[in-house]
Design a protein around this ligand. Sequence first.
Ligand code: GLN
Length: 475
Amino acid sequence: MLNKLTIKQAHQGLIDKKFSSLELTEDCLSEIKKRNKKINAFISIDSDLALEKAKEADKKIGQGVEIGVLEGIPLAIKDNILIEGIKTTAGSKILENYIAPYDATVIKKLKNAGAIFLGKTNMDEFAMGSSTENSYFGPTKNPRDLERVPGGSSGGSAAAVAANFCLGALGSDTGGSIRQPASFCGIVGFKPTYGCVSRYGLMAMASSLDQIGPLTKNVEDAEILFHEIKGRDGKDSTSIELNSKLEIKNKFKVQGIKIGIPKEYFIKGMDKEVEETLKKAIKKFENLGAKIEKVSLPHTDYALACYYIIMPSEVSSNLARYDGIKYGYSAKEKIKDLLDVYLRSREKGFGDEARRRIMLGTYSLSSGYYEAYYLQAQKIRALIKKDFVQVFNKVDCLIAPTSPTIAFKIGEKIDDPLKMYLSDIFTISANLAGLPAISLPCGLVNNLPAGLQIIGNQFEDEKVLAIADIYERSE
Ligand code: GLN
């Protein structure tokens, strides 16, 4: 049952010598053994390595070495983040047998902190999707209801945390892939400000939008993981040092802060009951002393269209490297020449959604269409950013739903890409503008979790976490 603990609780237990890291890790592994076949949260599991690392942590503790908060803590990692020597597939057939040659920066940091990796989690192929149904390794099921999706694309990580297979996990968020699955699985998911966490060693989907972040059981744990992985990295030129002001948290009060409610986020098509849970959350903030203000982000309507031009354009360029030669799968049948190697490997190696986006992106970047699509979308992106800049002159943060619905049924949207894309309507703006945003549980609808999203100004990650923490603790 130790697997049910939060990171903070487990750390306390380890230093008080109530249990060992080995026992903690064994409890996680036995839960995985019991239920992962049904849930399919992991693509690969490395029990031996995990147990070995747990023993190392115990040895340190036994010797009286002062340990950090992640020492001996079992985590799960999305399968698009490289761990040296470990299979890393990005949920794709094209990388089915690919072994990562180096550690991503976030992994290096977590290794230095003594964290334990139980395995790699399932995901939509190359992080393209909102349900984890686009994985070559089969869909992940929502631990709360096995007939439903866990959300996506970090569905495996969210399900692993919600099922208590691990104490916390890392995911990546390009348009909502940390927050939306967190909301569907009833856990916390945090997407930091773009650049605060190094992307070195994260398989790129759309480089100007991608960001790694934590999925955890509570806000405090999200903070713990975030503080460990953040920071400027010479290997990622877009990374930046966030001046972390932990004192903010201790002194921070919700009383008197201004919270904006963007009217464009409360739209038709949103589940009525989800809206009700949101209204209750807003009321709670009011009771905590926050001032609630209606605000407007006038270009919100264009965000989805803008994202679905910019993201596939970057996808088409980033996925060009999978050519059947440099990495992974290479087609062997009916090969006459080099071009055949490229074409057949990509045809057989990529799934439908990856191929759809490569085609869309290639089209919008091609000469003659570039100005009409990609350039226009970049202009809209600037306007969306400006909306936020103006709003954050007036308020401390924004509150919105994470998703218009609760977790939907497996198969319900998979044949209708447009319907699926609409799942991201509330999350993608934060990626387009590079803002920090967190999803945390705010109630149940038909016994399934709904998510509350708090969006903050650029570099105000600490403030977003502090506001979320206060909300969570006041339940
Ligand atoms: N669901 C969105 C998409 O399909 C977002 C994916 C993500 O954040 N990786 O693009």
